[in-house]
Design a protein around this ligand. Structure first.
Ligand SMILES: [Zn+2]
Length: 322
């Protein structure tokens, strides 16, 4: 019986294959013709002239893209208790990943601990990050985290601006590019025009992990603390509260938070204090907050030591200081 059913199935498959192979052939031919068309289009003088025409804008985009990668690469800590190599992993190597990675992956700092510590870390995350990962409530650390916040927020804004600018450039050449290419070859078009890939993931945010695994390995608990923009804002406030409690000078200066960044931009009329470029002329311009006298040279986070700079001027200034 089984044998007969098997035979029938095989016969049916043969019949089907026989009936649809011309379809495969047609599909294959269509595919080959399309690939050839694509190949010759990107070699055509028409395409090359479009590419040349928008070359400066694309270079500007790519510069901004590299600038964002640099911002994301801000190093984490200056002042940290050394507990040995068990608990700390530098987030830096993750930051160099240019390709798209899922948002759930973050640069981790893992701390293996008892179940109690893991449970408590969930209730008072910042408290435990400081205590077990050796982040002392010092001026240096506060500044380091303010700096990270300032740079990461600029990076997040920059990613959006960059994406919008890219869309704008692509829209501007819309009528010159054949519909088929625009519809079915979008990624390749961007690549052939010279756009570098934008990494939109937030995987560069530092993540602190408290994890407990029982000796038998059957039970385990996790507590993940991702230092995203919101948590960084709150952590800056948390650290400053701790320092203020110790009666330090930190209480007498402003804190670099998202709110202050916004205030400074507003005060400066959303324009670069150096070159005058503003979001009124360039809607997708990335504006950053700069310490006029750098923190490394004793400059404080006070409103009169802060200014709005466009990313280009800020990048130039940063290069000069180093
Ligand atoms: Zn400028």
């Amino acid at each position: 019986m089984q044998f007969i059913v098997g035979l029938i199935i095989i016969a049916l498959l043969m019949y089907l294959l026989n009936a649809i192979w011309p379809l495969f052939l047609v599909l294959f031919i269509v595919f080959a013709v399309w690939k050839a068309y694509e190949f010759f289009y990107y070699k055509s003088s028409k395409f090359l002239s479009i590419k040349q025409r928008i070359d400066t804008y694309i270079n500007d985009c790519n510069d901004l893209n590299r600038h964002i990668e640099d911002l994301k690469d801000t190093s984490l800590l200056a002042d940290r208790t050394d507990y040995g190599d068990a608990s700390y992993r530098d987030s830096r190597k993750w930051n160099y990943q240019r390709k798209h990675i899922k948002d759930q992956k973050y640069a981790p700092n893992v701390y293996n601990c008892s179940r109690t510590v893991c449970d408590n870390a969930r209730k008072k995350p910042f408290e435990y990050v400081c205590k077990y990962l050796g982040i002392k409530a010092t001026e240096e650390n506060l500044s380091a985290f303010e700096n990270i916040l300032n740079n990461f927020e600029a990076a997040e804004e920059g990613k959006k601006n960059l994406q919008a600018e890219k869309e704008k450039i692509l829209n501007s050449i819309q009528t010159d590019v054949p519909v088929l290419i625009r519809k079915f070859s979008k990624k390749k078009l961007e690549q052939k025009l010279g756009f570098e890939q934008i990494d939109m993931s937030t995987a560069y945010f530092p993540k602190y992990v408290f994890q407990y695994t029982s000796s038998g390995g059957n039970a385990s608990t996790h507590c993940d603390i991702v230092m995203d923009i919101d948590n960084l804002n709150r952590f800056v406030l948390f650290l400053s509260e701790k320092i203020k409690f110790k009666k330090s000078v930190a209480g007498q200066r402003a804190l670099m938070t998202s709110k202050l960044r916004q205030q400074i931009k507003e005060r400066d009329g959303y324009a670069c204090k150096q070159c005058g470029a503003s979001v009124h002329q360039e809607p997708n311009l990335l504006l950053e907050i700069d310490h006029i006298i750098p923190v490394s040279k004793g400059g404080l986070t006070t409103e009169d030591n802060l200014q709005t700079l466009c990313w280009r001027c800020n990048r130039k200034k940063g290069a000069k200081i180093q």
